[in-house]
Design a protein around this ligand. Structure first.
Ligand code: APR
Ligand code: ZN
Length: 230
């Protein structure tokens, strides 16, 4: 399985893509949701009830993620833009694909580094770490992290763009996702139905593993390095 045999590649990435960068995953050993109840920190009700408490958690996450750099896997995906049509459809909110140089990134679950104000529509993008000013610069309501929390609907354009890329690709590579959170988890099926070659990169078996033609039971950077070979 080599990139050189394909032209249009979609990388569908999850938290495992950033594990080698030091970003904790959500499930499995050391996973965030083993330590924190997402209902208290990552849903609209929690934010409405106690925005300062939710911001405490998100500033904690900014601190950890902000100290992490892209790994070799992120860099390989970014470098492929020079020779292939590459789309990154990521569930990650860490911004590491963009830091590595990827330019065509669909952030299905938003970004830790983007803010929005649901009162006046104001938006802000920045890597303040921690975010000190928690209030919108226009109307002084609390900034809301521009992250898709449990119970939120995904951005329609993002889903459309992702589906289009998955319909058009000849190679779809899923990297570092447990494939348990919908609707994102259903997206790889679009590529399968369109006849793309399907590759999964995950050290562990997942519920989605049966979907794939090739399974690399290894880390993101190891598998991507191998696929870059001659
Ligand atoms: N390389 C590749 N995969 C890895 C690595 C690695 N170095 N280390 C761990 N993994 C795999 C794990 O085996 C696991 O299957 O990455 C996967 C991470 O799964 P999750 O922690 O569930 O992360 P993810 O699938 O991205 O979660 C989806 O859930 O909480 C929500 O919004 C959040 O976007 C997130 C969504
Ligand atoms: Zn505002």
């Amino acid at each position: 399985m080599r990139f050189k045999d394909f032209e249009r590649i979609v990388f569908f990435t999850g938290a495992g893509m950033s594990a080698e960068s030091g970003v904790p995953t959500y499930r499995g050993a050391g996973g965030i949701w083993r330590e924190y109840d997402y209902r208290a920190y990552a849903c609209q009700d929690a934010f409405n009830h106690d925005p300062e408490h939710v911001w405490e958690f998100h500033n904690y996450r900014r601190g950890i993620v902000g100290a992490c750099a892209p790994n070799r896997g992120h860099e390989i995906i970014a470098e492929l833009e020079a020779t292939h049509h590459v789309t990154v459809v990521t569930q990650n909110i860490d911004g590491l694909h963009q830091l590595a140089g990827s330019t065509n990134v669909i952030e299905l679950h938003g970004s830790l580094w983007r803010l929005r104000c649901d009162h006046c529509g104001n938006r802000h993008r920045g890597r303040e770490n921690p975010l000190e000013e928690l209030h919108c610069t226009a109307c002084h309501s609390y900034w809301r992290p521009d992250i898709v929390w449990f119970g939120d609907t995904l951005n329609f354009e993002n889903i459309q763009d992702a589906q289009h890329a998955l319909q058009e690709c000849d190679l779809m590579i899923s990297i570092g996702t447990s494939g348990v959170v919908y609707p994102a988890a259903a997206l790889p099926m679009v590529a399968k139905r369109s006849g793309a070659r399907m590759v999964e990169v995950n050290p562990e078996l997942t519920d989605m593993s049966v979907l794939y033609d090739v399974n690399f039971r290894t880390t993101a950077s190891e598998a991507l390095t191998e696929m870059s070979g001659a």
